[in-house]
Ligand binder design. Sequence first.
Ligand SMILES: NC(=O)c1ccc[n+]([C@@H]2O[C@H](COP(=O)([O-])OP(=O)(O)OC[C@H]3O[C@@H](n4cnc5c(N)ncnc54)[C@H](O)[C@@H]3O)[C@@H](O)[C@H]2O)c1
Length: 253
Amino acid sequence: MTNPMFSLAGRTAFVTGAARGLGVGIARGLGQAGANLVLSDVDLAGVQAVAEGLRAEGLPARALALDVRDEAAFQSAFDAAVAAEGAVDILVNNAALTPHVSLWDITTPEWDDVMAVNLRGVFFGSRIAARHMRERRRGRILNISSLAGQQASAVTGAHYAASKAGLFALTRAFAQELAPHGVTVNAISPAAIEGPSLDEIDAEARRRFLATLPVGRFGLETEVAAAAVYLASAAAGFVTGTTLDLNGGKLMR
Ligand SMILES: NC(=O)c1ccc[n+]([C@@H]2O[C@H](COP(=O)([O-])OP(=O)(O)OC[C@H]3O[C@@H](n4cnc5c(N)ncnc54)[C@H](O)[C@@H]3O)[C@@H](O)[C@H]2O)c1
């Protein structure tokens, strides 16, 4: 029998950037643990197709358009989720831009865009969710960061690394503020997870990357999803302001 502490039955999860990749895997994992799913993405057609696929798997999922750069749009999408589901218990800040670009080639607009999606979007989304969760004295915020924010990365850009490093600080700031209100805030820090982002890296860079992973394989979306289920569940009620690393042993601390 599954440990009931890991059950998300009766909970609603709002996931950003859920049209492809890890967002889909995390949503599926939360849904399999019992959560109702509200999936959002700037790519509406993509996220609608994902929601339809998850419903076909028997998971309750609805889709919303959301560009996380827009605070007012985030508030509207969040309010729509609350109106439809009664409440939001879990926010997963997953949406991100992951540019593979040399620091010599980063332009001002590209720097600003990466920060607006990867860092500012998480700040505004977390604050919107926090107001709702603080009032209910219950909630979970999960920020999907990256190993690139903890140590230098040969594959992703400096702006991406800086945005992901900033998420650890945001995680602690929100965790500190919300701890007395029954809301926990944690980061998940993956690296090298199988999926569309990894597929975009050329074969030689992939091979070199794989050689640096002590476990000798890439990670799986289901493994990131399981980490999200844990942090979203009652089992992690005493865990806040921390980072769960999923990097195959590349960073040990
Ligand atoms: N895949 C990995 O190996 C890996 C490793 C470390 C960290 N991560 C992190 O995991 C998360 C998901 O990564 P992924 O590989 O699935 O990425 P991905 O690029 O495959 O998917 C990102 C999703 O975010 C959406 N998105 C982009 N801009 C948006 C915006 N302005 N508003 C709303 N949605 C937007 C995209 O449409 C897409 O559906 C990201 O935060 C990423 O930094 C992934």
